[in-house]
Design a protein around this ligand. Structure first.
Ligand SMILES: C[S@@+](CC[C@H](N)C(=O)[O-])C[C@H]1O[C@@H](n2cnc3c(N)ncnc32)[C@H](O)[C@@H]1O
Length: 223
């Protein structure tokens, strides 16, 4: 599915969100800034076309690796990095079986990827494994709007308008019907925070973005 929409993925992200996706990714970098010093290593899981990996690399001194299992997405990410004069490693791999030793990274990020994994819990446990003790996880993901009137309006847009526009522009309506479906099955802000705590993460916090359309969760693997 992701290979089928890769070529139009960035365009549709910016179009369907009115460029809000760019602001959300910048907020991830801001939130993590104190953890992204020189000599730190960051893994961006499910990096897609590389927007968050590049925002992290351009907004801090950390060394960033992007990982995704979809080769067309990775090829676009590598090309984008090259045009910006950045030589980031973009690696093909499965988020549920990361090709890294335990405790390799200081920071692990995932943007709009966790929802797509066959098991959210198994993914979080795998991120825990590759984080060093004391390391930080950041999850940017669609969530539940928390303002009642706005929620109904957004649901109309998300389930009726977005699949049509996404389908027309990408040629794959299924992928843009899958988006609201997958969000409705994904844990909301509080449940995701609770799951992170159950797994053993500490300092679990989240911030609602744009009225809860998305949420940014951060958590630490205890030292
Ligand atoms: C909605 S895109 C998000 C891409 C990017 N992080 C962003 O913010 O735009 C989801 C990405 O997750 C990747 N993905 C889904 N399941 C995966 C898995 N098990 N392992 C690695 N990548 C996966 C897809 O290939 C796709 O590129």
């Amino acid at each position: 599915m992701f290979a089928g929409i890769a070529a139009r993925y960035d365009l549709l992200n910016h179009l369907l969100s009115g460029n809000t996706d760019r602001r959300w990714r910048r907020l991830v970098v801001e939130r993590l800034r104190s953890s992204l010093g020189a000599h730190t290593r960051t893994l961006d899981v499910a990096c897609g076309t590389g927007d968050l990996a590049l925002a992290l690399a351009e907004g801090s001194e950390t060394s960033v690796t992007g990982l995704d299992f979809c080769r067309p997405m990775l090829e676009l990410a590598a090309r984008k990095a090259e045009t910006r004069g950045r030589a980031l490693p973009f690696i093909e791999g499965d988020a549920l079986h990361l090709p890294f030793a335990d405790a390799t990274f200081d920071v692990v990020t995932i943007a709009f990827g966790l929802r797509n994994l066959a098991s959210v819990e198994a993914g979080l446990r795998e991120f825990w494994r590759v984080l060093r003790p004391g390391g930080t996880l950041a999850v940017l993901e669609f969530s539940r709007p928390n303002v009642p009137g706005f929620r109904a309006l957004f649901q109309f847009y998300f389930t009726r308008v977005l699949p049509r526009v996404g389908g027309l522009v990408s040629g794959s309506r299924g992928a843009y019907e899958y988006l609201p479906d997958s969000v409705s099955r994904f844990p909301d802000q509080k449940r995701l925070a609770a799951l992170l705590r159950e797994i053993g993460f500490a300092q679990v916090e989240y911030r609602n973005l744009t009225g809860g359309i998305a949420a940014l969760h951060t958590a630490t693997r205890p030292a």
